[in-house]
Design a protein around this ligand. Structure first.
Ligand code: ADP
Length: 445
């Protein structure tokens, strides 16, 4: 369903015209009100009036996470906080968090793009949505909440975690939609199965999953486990929160529509910053076109993806592929660049495996070593009459490990140890994003 057909189907000429007008307003606004932008534009010898269209944007410098940290907490706001209606922080890992602010118009915009996203994912007015994204400083919970209300859904604001209660309310309220991180959706699906419950007692139809990278293997597993269609939602606090882009439920696997009338995307080379053509993987750079309190000009998301501009009949907007990883998360192992999502991409070829995996890094000698831990799919083996009691030193499992190692070597170009785990034995999400990398290497180099 299209939430806003007039916008989502406007002609590309009209879209460009709107983008260009909005961009000029935004550039003027930041130049006049934010010393950081005035300084960086002046240093680059560029005035807002020099940037006439979105195609001139590449002449401007990037804005990076460190600039948000340097201007902590409100240095990038275009207005006094008395005019700001809400503050959020990115979930952040270390040090000071990233602070973002919204005017009432920004909050309305946030709801609009989330409503569009939920509609694209198959949500409809009148459906109940159980929102298992965390509420609080994280943009996920409240962002989804207000967007779902705008669409006309009934929201169950349960937040992340408390899996038993999640299941109880899902069943009692018969919610048709669930928002969660994909890893937490898997936790819910596994708990349902572990209890021997029948999914037919539930009423789920759609899942809207995001906030972390996920794979087709994981999609298949949660779709089977929860008997719904799962679509990808992408976003980040610095730009607005969830709802920067979303997959259409009828076009799964072909990328997520970016709500381009508000967020202009570019893909650039992660080393040189030079713009890359459609289809080539690089860092996603986003410029907000309508945000008031804290616009972002050429924000370096650090997320690696592609832009695929295959014109779809469904919407005019551009699509982005799945996130391969964050540039910061790329590991260089014995000279080979490696993202953990590359392991996830191989799992669909192995029906013997489940979608949950973990990557452990060690340095036993002076070389880095990688061990991939993957949970098995016990159903596969029990159907064949093979006991899963002992995964070590058993012919079927030894052979599986051998085939996996070869697949990893052939596809990723690295030798890795593989360890099989029983289903449920690897760490799982307890409500939020799941960290799949365990880095045990000494930190001094
Ligand atoms: P933090 O950077 O602290 O995690 P956010 O909560 O704003 O803060 O998270 C935004 C980041 O989450 C994005 O930059 C991206 O790396 C990741 N992310 C969000 N949605 C997706 C998605 N659908 N697929 C992959 N990664 C995602």
């Amino acid at each position: 369903m299209l939430f806003n057909p007039e916008i989502e189907l406007m002609s590309i000429e009209k879209l460009r015209q709107i983008q260009n007008e909005r961009l000029q307003n935004t550039l003027r606004r930041v130049y006049e009100n934010v010393p950081f932008y005035k300084n960086t534009f002046d240093q680059a010898g560029i005035q807002p009036a020099d940037i006439k269209t979105v195609h001139d944007l590449h002449r401007l410098p990037f804005t990076k996470k460190e600039h948000l940290r340097d201007n902590y907490p409100f240095g990038l706001f275009t207005m006094p906080t008395s005019e700001v209606r809400r503050l959020h922080c990115s979930s952040g890992t270390t040090g000071k968090p990233i602070v973002v602010g919204y005017t009432q118009n920004d909050l309305n915009l946030f709801s609009e793009v989330v409503a569009r996203s939920l509609a694209a994912a198959g949500c409809m007015p009148g459906m109940k949505l159980q929102n298992a994204y965390g509420y609080g400083l994280f943009t996920g919970g409240l962002g989804i909440h207000y967007g779902a209300e705008k669409l006309g859904m009934t929201v169950v604001p349960i937040s992340g975690g408390g899996t038993e209660k999640q299941l109880m309310l899902l069943k009692d309220f018969q919610a048709e939609a669930l928002t969660a991180t994909p890893s937490y959706a898997l936790t819910i699906a596994e708990e349902l199965k572990r209890r021997g419950e029948d999914i037919r007692d539930y009423n789920l139809k759609v899942g809207i999953l995001g906030a972390e990278p996920w794979s087709e293997a994981l999609r298949k597993e949660v779709e089977q486990g929860l008997d719904f269609k799962a679509s990808n939602i992408y976003g980040l606090s610095e730009i607005i929160g969830p709802g920067v882009s979303n997959e259409d439920v009828d076009e799964q696997g072909t990328g997520s529509y970016i709500w381009e009338d508000h967020f202009f995307p570019e893909i650039v080379d992660r080393y040189t910053g030079e713009p890359l053509p459609y289809g080539e993987p690089g860092v996603l750079v986003l410029t907000t076109l309508t945000k008031e309190a804290m616009p972002m000009i050429r924000y370096w998301t650090g997320d690696i993806t592609t832009l695929t501009y295959e014109y779809s009949e469904k919407r005019t907007m551009i699509k982005m592929g799945p996130i391969i990883g964050r540039a910061d998360d790329m590991m260089i192992i014995r000279g080979v660049n490696f993202f953990h999502t590359q392991v996830a991409d191989l799992i669909p070829d192995f029906p013997e495996l489940s979608a949950n995996y973990q990557v452990k890094l060690t340095r036993p000698t002076n070389m880095d070593a990688v061990e991939v831990g993957i949970e098995i799919n016990p159903d596969f083996f029990t159907k064949k009459g093979i006991s899963c009691e002992h995964l070590d030193h058993h012919e079927s499992f030894d052979k599986l490990v051998g085939r996996l190692q070869k697949k990893i070597r052939d596809n990723i170009g690295l030798g890795m140890a593989v360890k099989l785990y029983q289903l449920g034995d690897l760490p799982k999400s307890d409500g939020g994003k799941l960290n799949r990398i365990i880095d045990l290497r000494p930190q001094n180099g």
